[in-house]
Write a protein that binds this ligand. Sequence first.
Ligand code: FE2
Length: 194
Amino acid sequence: MDIDVKRKKNLTYAVVKNVYTAAELKRIKKEFSVFEYVGPEKTDAAVDNGAYLKDGDGAWVDSHYKDNRQSSALLTANRVLFSPELTNALEEADVFYGQLKKTNFDSTLLNKYSSGKEYKPHVDDSLISAVTFFKTGQIISGGEFVFPEQKIKIPLEDNTMVVFPGLALHGALPFKGRGKRYSMAQFAYITYNK
Ligand SMILES: [Fe+2]
């Protein structure tokens, strides 16, 4: 895992390359075929003026593995978001990320995009979000992850994760090619039960 915590304008975010080992990556990509992918209206996609901002399909990973989370390659490997290595690196750069250690609920959404599909800029309702990119097949160009307000564009690279505050405006650009772009979104929250 190669962690690079960056800051531009008002945003501290992390770009993590080589998130998963080759063995984990193989298991994760194999798992992509077990899900039933549904349209944006069923994945809580952001809306602007009545129109969905996402046109890719997605699958809620947690509900698929309701009673057997431990058997999911994605749900076991993606605990890495809460690893001391990553949370400490983020907190050292910005006190805000101390919150990541306090989150007590998270959900995982696997998005699947084919050529031309995108997720226009939006904010998440999470405290902290992480999006991990996976490529399958041939992707020629495009598919970058963007933070438009800070003019940040992160190239689409396989096995790469971006961690950011959920309220930072972000989106995914369309790509060219016959392959698929999978992005695993993890939404972390602090829930209060009083
Ligand atoms: Fe998002």
